[in-house]
Write a protein that binds this ligand. Structure first.
Ligand SMILES: Nc1ncnc2c1ncn2[C@@H]1O[C@H](COP(=O)(O)OP(=O)(O)O)[C@@H](O)[C@H]1O
Ligand SMILES: [Mg+2]
Length: 318
């Protein structure tokens, strides 16, 4: 069963242009995603493709302009007041830079405790024990509760961020570039921790990364985003061994850790279009090595090829 069902999600930002006029930037455009309970869906794409905005809108941290976000059958976008507060506790986000997302003036224990105080559960006398339990779960020592964020290494700070995210016992965790700022060795430790927590706690992950090398170790399914839209979505193995969209092929070609045999030499040239003035046809047309005239007139929709492998391209294939 799906824990999270995102349907036709759109987010637009009003942006000021010169001469005082404003226009809309469509950061997320008609995105649909399904996350089965206990699994990991990776959302990948270059910087600026709309990954963070999509995630923040799903967590109700940025207003959506359309669509629905169902968590276990309840549309989060329709909730208000107390119901929204309760639902928010079920979805937590782990950000890229734990240094800027952790309050430098609070001790680590207080940082992890804060979401419980905000939500009002568990009961007050139980919160200290819960903090201690969370520290153990993420591999920190109990006495480290008294330290301030700057007294921790980058990897340890991310452990505090994870403990804080777990404080409200969420079902869904959104990891937004959660290991991108860390050294490779530390990345591996944090990814292992996330996987262990997933198994032990039955967590569902929306795992956002620009790095396909990381995603290859951390996903059941992968969705590829370009300029606000999903251009390809498939099981991890299908995506890495038989990518269908030229953009996915180009992303994979740039990942050294993906086996050479699986990497095609796809060269992408040309400019990314101006998001304030997007093309009428395929968003990738200006950079695509396989572009035809028809690509420039109408935008290709995301179609299923076979076995859950979806692609938005008029000329999919290798
Ligand atoms: N608050 C905002 N106001 C205006 N534009 C924004 C805002 N947040 C993001 N954007 C724009 O939306 C697009 C998607 O950004 P983002 O979701 O951060 O992408 P990603 O996480 O994939 O790097 C970019 O063009 C970005 O400049
Ligand atoms: Mg981002």
């Amino acid at each position: 069963m799906s824990l999270l069902e995102i349907r036709n999600l759109s987010v637009r930002f009003r942006v000021k242009r010169t001469w005082g006029r404003s226009t809309y930037l469509y950061a997320v455009d008609d995105v649909s995603l399904s996350l089965p309970q206990g699994q990991t869906l990776a959302l990948v794409g270059e910087s600026g493709s709309g990954k963070t905005t999509a995630a923040l809108a799903a967590a109700r941290l940025v207003p959506a302009s359309g669509g629905s976000v169902e968590l276990a059958g309840t549309d989060l976008l329709k909730l208000e007041g107390e119901a929204l507060r309760q639902a928010r506790a079920r979805v937590q986000v782990i950000f890229q830079d734990p240094y800027s997302s952790l309050n430098p003036r609070l001790r680590a224990g207080a940082i992890v405790r804060e979401p419980m105080d905000a939500l009002g559960t568990p009961a007050k006398p139980d919160r200290d024990a819960r903090v201690e339990e969370l520290f153990a779960q993420v591999g920190l020592r109990p006495e480290q509760r008294a330290l301030f964020p700057h007294q921790f290494s980058g990897g340890q700070r991310q452990r505090i961020g994870i403990a804080r995210a777990l404080a409200t016992s969420p079902e869904l965790i959104i990891c937004d570039e959660a290991v991108s700022a860390l050294d490779v060795a530390v990345q591996a430790q944090i990814l292992n921790l996330l996987r262990r927590l997933q198994t032990n706690l039955g967590l569902t992950y929306l795992f956002i990364s620009h790095d396909l090398g990381v995603v290859q170790h951390m996903s059941d399914r992968v969705a590829v985003m370009y300029m606000g839209r999903i251009v390809e979505e498939a099981d991890r193995v299908a995506l890495f061994t038989a990518p269908q969209h030229p953009y996915t092929q180009a992303l994979l070609a740039a990942v050294p850790s993906v086996e050479r045999a699986k990497r095609k030499s796809v060269k992408v040239t040309g400019e990314t279009p101006d998001p304030l003035n997007p093309p009428r046809g395929c968003m990738f047309a200006s950079r695509c090595p396989k572009v035809q005239d028809s690509c420039k007139t109408t935008h290709p929709s995301l179609e299923e090829l076979s076995g859950g492998h979806k692609v938005a391209c008029y000329f999919p294939g290798e």
